[in-house]
Every structure is written in structure tokens, then in C-alpha cells.
Design a protein around this ligand. Sequence first.
Ligand SMILES: NC(=O)c1ccc[n+]([C@@H]2O[C@H](COP(=O)([O-])OP(=O)(O)OC[C@H]3O[C@@H](n4cnc5c(N)ncnc54)[C@H](O)[C@@H]3O)[C@@H](O)[C@H]2O)c1
Length: 303
Amino acid sequence: MRILVTGGAGFIGSHIVDQLIDHRWDVTVIDNLSTGLKSNLNKKARFIPMDIRSTQVLELFRESCFDYVIHQAAQTMVPRSLKEPLYDCDVNILGTVTILEACRLTGVKKIIFASSAAVYGDAVAVPINEGAMTCPSSFYGLSKLVIEKYLPLYYQQFGLEYAALRYANVYGERQGDAGEGGVISIFIRQICAKRPVEIFGDGGQTRDFIYVGDIAAANVAAVTATSPEGLYNIGTQTETSINELITIMGKITGQDVEVRYCPARQGDIYRSALDHSAAVSLLGWQTKTRLYEGLERTYLSLV
Ligand SMILES: NC(=O)c1ccc[n+]([C@@H]2O[C@H](COP(=O)([O-])OP(=O)(O)OC[C@H]3O[C@@H](n4cnc5c(N)ncnc54)[C@H](O)[C@@H]3O)[C@@H](O)[C@H]2O)c1
């Protein structure tokens, strides 16, 4: 089976590639290395430096006859989407439609799309299930929601099967500081440098932190799932406040962590945790890594 991972040099994409290679898939990666790193790339994958918006995308699909596509490449920064909505739209909407078109024109069987809990905005009831109202508070969240609307139409009109995975806040080895879940690597670096940890808001805001290996496993499960289409929350179903996170990190690093509270950021949601029962029952997927264990691994990879 031939599979393409866009953004496979990035944090999550590179872990997906590793798991696919472990499953002995034939893996190709395209990535423009805007935030991804060559050093993240699995040597057993074929790497093609390419922008998802490029006209060469269709040529590559024609030559390679991919069976499946796992689409991770994106502009991933919420604040950047508010400062540069045009760039966010260009990469996350037009770039993704470029990939969808290449899938359609070359008979790809299924696409797995990296969506986000950011589509929900400030949810009223937590944990949030897939039927909850979507009300993104950033252009990043909106761009993910727009693609979620394209997918069923591509399925209805052209038979392109899909799964959209709404990730919670992902953390783990190889994480950069800039994306959605980047808060953990930022905190670890600040703690290691014995600098005060900067928290935007009062620290009572909660997130659903999920280990990257569990996210990669959800993508692998979605490829082989028998359901032709679906929308799945991929999270732990647990809320952890930023203040709680700091306490755990203090234990892992063995340090007294000094905290500096800064004004809350525009577009940030207050509470988040995802109901993952659909993914458990329909994808046969489960979270395996507990927060303490995942944070410890992340810490050890950074020191
Ligand atoms: N990290 C999280 O907590 C989180 C949460 C929800 C959703 N997501 C989604 O998961 C996916 C992966 O995110 P990540 O955290 O690994 O971020 P990342 O920045 O590490 O990975 C994105 C990859 O895409 C590549 N890329 C960006 N623009 C590109 C373009 N125009 N053409 C080709 N490649 C391009 C980057 O170089 C990078 O390797 C994204 O779609 C993101 O929106 C992430």
C-alpha cells in the first residue's frame, strides 16, 4: 500500500511516518520544511521537498499512485492566523483543496485530515462530543472547519473516503514551540533555563493534553477503519489546567517552578476536553499514554 504523509517532517507527521514504517507501509513525505525538520524524517520514507500549494503536487500524485493520504501539513499557529488570515487561508484551505483535487484526479481511496479541537471555540459543555456546536474563535479553527465541510462533499461527489480527526492538544518528543500544543515544550525550556514560566491568563484554563504516539496510532487506525467517512475527536477526555500542568512539571523536573501570569491572549479558548467515545468504538483506538509518563518522555527528550 502506498501512502503519502504531507507535513511528515513535522512534529506529529514524523511520528505518524514512524508508525506506518513499523507497519511496513510504503511511505512518501512531502513537506516544505517551513516548521518541520529534515532530522525528524524517518530514513525509510521517501522525502520530497514540496509545498502543498505547488502545481507539482498533481504530477507527484500521478507518478506515485497513492492509495491513502494522511494530511498534516498546515499553518498551525493560532496567533499567526489572527495576524495573517490570508496566509492561513492560503495554506490551510487552498493548500488542502490542492491535495483533495490531486486525490480526486488520481483515484486515492481515502484521506485522513488533521483537524483540531479549535473548531469548537469556547465550548459550553466539556467533554465536547462531535455533535457540539462549532464556533471557532480563530481563523486557524475556521480553516479546519471549512475543510471538514469539503470532505463530505468530496465523498458524495467523487467517492473520496475520509476521516477528519479533531486533535486535542498534542505534546511529545520533537515538538516545536509554536503550534497548538507547544505550551509544553515552551514550559520545559523555561523551567530548564530556571526562568519563570509565563502563563497567559489565570492558569485555570484547561486543555486536553494527548501524547503524540496516541495521535499517530489514531491516524493508523483511521487508514484501515472500515467506515468510509467520519469525524472523530482524538483526545484523552480529561481536562488539565495549566496550573496543574505546572505542578506536574515541577515534580518531573525536581524544581520549584516560578510562575509569571500575563494577560490572556485573543482567540484562546478557556476550557477544552474531547469526548473520544466515537474513536474508541468506531476506530478501535485507545489512549495508552498517561500524562505523567508522556511528560516525562518529553522532558527527557529535551534535556
Ligand atoms: N500540535 C497540536 O497540538 C495540534 C492540535 C490540533 C491539530 N493539529 C494539526 O496537526 C497537524 C500537524 O501539526 P504539528 O503540531 O505537527 O505542526 P508542525 O508545524 O510540526 O507540522 C506541520 C508540518 O507541515 C509542514 N508545512 C507547513 N506548511 C506547508 C506547506 N505549505 N507545504 C508543505 N508542508 C508544509 C511544516 O514544515 C511541518 O513539517 C497540523 O495540521 C495541525 O493543524 C496539531
